[in-house]
Design a protein around this ligand. Structure first.
Ligand code: HEC
Ligand code: HEC
Length: 327
């Protein structure tokens, strides 16, 4: 009996040990991806476009500054993108880098190609994978150029941010290839006509502002979409930012019965975005979105109104601290 037990324990030790060794030696992979042919420009219209995107619809500033500055974003201030925000999630602690042009601690040492590749292919300047926080793979070449041109034009700020750290779980997920660098799903456009059309709204909602990424039900381990797009249902567990509240995103398709915008017209939609954050702790980056211009908001409204209605009842979107999600 004792001998059998010993053998079982020995097998377990070998299996667990082998698994651990495999994860530890293979998680820290180098990835390859092409460098998009993007060169920053010093043209003032280009820089202004990049700044609008970074503070507004693309909301870079929400993650690449500190939570204490979020009110300043809402107030329309040029909050410096010095990084340092921490996302403490099961795969690791992910920290946003300093995006000001400081040569020591910021993007001053990165080439345009490295920054462009990070955004388009999720491979950072060290050739390492980046976990999918930034769904900007299909930004147009022109907008990618505008954003990088703006980043280069900022005042450099010396601010050291510690690198991200993976937990063992995170390392295992990467070692087994469950997370891989995301590239574009279709060829990104060279440029997109900026207008109040539903077409431009589609670009904003899917490739710039990530409305689709939060308003679609997803598998929380892999990030895959498991529900109809824009029909809501993504769950947000309580975290440091949410003040203990948890959230489920509403259905923003134009379904008369279950859509959260039933009865909204264009002016009301614009006003709702102008009002900014109403619910403390909501993950939606309202502070940045409140800075979107009327033309972009109209385009978004027209696009959402043009979607096929999806019946998906989301009973409740906000849950008090300690309250559980429904099954
Ligand atoms: C939802 C949060 C979030 C948003 C929004 C966001 N970022 Fe990031 N960003 C991160 C995180 C987290 C990392 C670090 C990822 C890691 O360590 O794996 C990062 C890393 C980066 C890097 C580092 C690349 C490198 O080589 O080290 C760049 C450049 C960057 N972001 C630019 C941007 C720009 C430009 C925008 C807006 C268009 C943006 N980010 C929006 C969270 C965000
Ligand atoms: C990071 C996740 C996230 C992103 C990105 C996001 N949303 Fe939301 N959204 C939510 C959550 C969660 C709620 C429910 C809490 C709230 O109302 O703030 C919500 C609420 C809403 C509401 C209902 C507001 C109300 O007062 O009834 C609308 C409309 C909406 N989102 C539209 C959009 C559009 C359009 C975009 C893209 C421009 C977008 N969202 C991007 C997570 C997100």
């Amino acid at each position: 009996m004792k001998k059998v037990l010993l053998i079982i324990v020995a097998i377990l030790v070998v299996v667990v040990g082998g698994f651990t060794v495999f994860v530890l030696v293979s998680w820290d992979k180098q990835y390859e991806a092409e460098y998009p042919g993007i060169t920053a420009s010093t043209d003032s219209a280009m820089i202004a476009r990049g700044k609008y995107l970074a503070y507004g619809p693309a909301h870079c500033v929400i993650c690449h500054s500190s939570i204490e500055k979020i009110e300043d974003v809402a107030a329309g201030k040029d909050v410096p993108m010095t990084g340092g925000m921490e996302f403490d999630i099961p795969p690791g602690i992910f920290r946003t880098p300093n995006l000001t042009p400081d040569p020591e601690t910021g993007i001053g040492k990165l080439t345009d190609g490295e920054i462009a590749r990070a955004l388009r292919y999720s491979v950072n300047h060290m050739n390492k994978l980046m976990v999918p926080f930034m769904p900007f793979q299909e930004l147009s070449d022109e907008d990618l150029t505008a954003i990088i041109s703006f980043l280069r034009s900022q005042e450099p700020v010396n601010h050291e941010v510690k690198p991200s750290e993976y937990t063992f779980l995170g390392k295992a997920v990467v070692a087994f290839g469950l997370i891989k660098p995301e590239g574009p799903k279709k060829t990104p456009p060279v440029s997109v006509a900026i207008d109040t059309t539903a077409d431009y709204g589609a670009y904003l909602a899917n490739s710039v502002a990530n409305c689709v990424g939060c308003h679609t039900e997803r598998d929380m381990k892999t990030g895959e979409f498991i529900g109809p797009v824009f029909a809501g249902g993504m769950k947000f567990e309580p975290d440091a930012f949410s003040k203990g509240f948890s959230f489920i995103s509403p259905n923003i398709t134009p379904d008369k019965e279950t859509g959260s915008m039933t009865g909204w017209d264009e002016p009301l939609f614009v006003d709702r975005f102008r009002a900014g954050r109403l619910l403390p702790g909501s993950p939606m980056p309202w502070e940045s979105f409140a800075r979107m211009n009327d033309s972009d908001l109209k385009a978004l409204f027209r696009y959402l109104a043009s979607l096929g209605p999806v019946q998906n009842k989301i009973e409740k979107t906000v849950f008090n601290p300690g309250e559980n999600f429904p099954d």
